[in-house]
Write a protein that binds this ligand. Sequence first.
Ligand code: F6P
Length: 557
Amino acid sequence: MQPPVPIDLADHRRALAGKTLPQLFAGDPKRFDHLSFAWDDWLVDVSKERLTRETLMLLVAHARDAGLEGWIAALFAGEKLNQSEGRPALHTALRQQDDTPLMVDGHDIVPDIRSVQARMKALAAQIRGGVRVGATGRPIRAVVNIGIGGSDLGPLLVCTALGSPPRMRGSAGPQTEGVDVAFVSNVDPEHLTRALAPLDPATTLFVVTSKTFTTGETLANAASAKAWLASALGRGVDVGAHFVAVTANASAATSFGIAKADVLPLWDWIGGRYSLWSAAGLPIVLKLGWDRFADLVAGGASVDQHFRTTSLERNLPVVLGIAGWWNATQLKHCERVVVPYSQALARLPAYLQQLVLESNGKRVARDGRALAGPTTAALWGETGTNGQHAFFQWLHQGTREAPVEFIVPIRATHPLADQQSLLVANALAQSQALMEGRGEDALRAEFLAKGLTGPALDAAVAARVCPGNRASTTILMPEVNALRLGQLIALYEHRTFVEAVLYGLNPFDQFGVELGKTLMAPIAAALTSDAALPEATDGSTRGLVAHVRAQAARLRS
Ligand code: F6P
C-alpha cells in the first residue's frame, strides 16, 4: 500500500502555494543555512526548491510514518525487498569494506564477493599487462564491452568520466598498461561496426556482459563479434580466447563458446541497473585499473555508511528523495531535469534515466494494488553549459515548470582553472536566473530609455520577461575522481530508494520492459522472412510492417 499523505502535509502545501521562491527567501533570511546540507565536502542545497523548513519537517515525519528507517535497515540486511522476484537487492554488499558475514538464504555471500573481486583483479592484470593473448598468440590491446541497460550504462558512465580518450591506433607505441575499452549496446549494426572499424581482431577481446545472457541485442552483437573474429582469424581458429562473459547464466555463456574460467558470475540479488559495482564493472577495471575501481567502490561505501547511520533530517539521500517525492506527488511535476556541469559526467543523464525510471516508473504498490497518486517524474538532461544553449530557453520561458538538479564539481581535474570558475559561475547563475527571473518593470525602463514606445515597447518587454519562481536543487561536489563519482552514484541510488519507499512501490523489478521484447519476435520474423504476423496484430503495426517490407524490397532492387 502507498503510505497515506498526512492531512497536515496537504494543508501545508495549499498554504505554501501562494508564495513565490523569492518571497520565501525574503521571509527567511537564513533560508540557505536552513535548507542546505553538508556532508564530507558535499553540499546539497534545496533552498531553491518550493519548500520550507516546515515542509522538510513534515516530509521527514511522513517518511518515518512510512517506515523509511526500517526499509533502509532491511535493504542493508539483505531482506527480500524485491518481493515480486523473491530476492534481496544487495548492491550495497558489493561495496562492503570489511568481511562481516551477510547471509542470503543461509549462505554468507561475502566470501563469494571477495573471490569474484580477486578474479576480476587477476584477469584485468593479465589483460592490462599484455599477458593475455588471443588465438594467434598476440597480446590483447583493446576491449569491447557488449551489453545494454545496466550491463552498459554504469561502466560506460565511469569510463567516460574517469578515462582519458581512446588512443589512436598505432600512435602510442607498445602499451605496457591499460587497454582501450569501447562500449557497444545498440542492436543497430552501426554501433558494432563503428566500434570494430579501428580494431585489430587478433588483439581484441570482447566482454559480453549480460545478467540473463538472453538479451536479444547483446546476443546479436556477440554473435556478430564472433563472426568478425572468425572471418579475420580463419574459420578453424578457436576464437574463445577473445571472449570473457559476465553473467548469472554461466551455462548459456559456455554454450556460446566462452571458457568456464572466463565466465565471471553475477548473482540474482544484483539488479542490472545496480550492477556496476560487481563483475559488470570489469570494463572499469580494464580501463582504469583495480585501484581506481576500489576507490569508486569505497566512495559508494562511504555514502552507504552515511545513509544507514545519519538521522533522516541530515541524511543527503533522504533530503533529496523527500524533495523529489514532494515535487512529483504534491507539486505534480511530471519532469525533472539533471544538468551536470561537467563534461566528464556527460553520460550521467542516460545512466540516471535507467536508474530512476526503471526503478520508480511503476503504477502499482508492492501488494499489486493501484497507487493512488503519481510516481516518479520523467528524467532527462544534458551537460552544462551545453544545455544552456538548447533547452534552457524552455526552462526559463516555457509554459511548464520542471525542477532542475544542478550537479557541480568545484575543482577542475585539468590545469585550466579559470575555465572551471566560468563553468561553476554558469551553473550558479542559471539556478539564480530560474528563481529570480527577469521582471517587467526593469525591462520597460530599459527599452523606454532606448526610445521604444507603444505596442513595440510592449512586445519587446513581453518577449524578454522571465517569470522566475522556478525551482532547482544544487549539488556541489568537490571534484570528479573515482571516490567522488562512487559517492555521486550511490547518492542517487539511495535517493531513488527513498522515493520508492514513499511511493510505496518495488524499485527492483522492471516488468514493463518485457512486453515490447515479446512483440518484437514475430515482427522480426515477418521482416526477415515471409512469416505472417499473428492474427491479433493491430492495423497500424500491419501497415507499418507492409510498408517496411515493400520499401526494403524496392531499395534492394
Ligand atoms: O531493459 C531491461 C533490462 O532487463 C535491464 O533491466 C537490464 O539492465 C538490461 O535489460 C540488460 O539485461 P541483461 O544484463 O540481462 O542483458
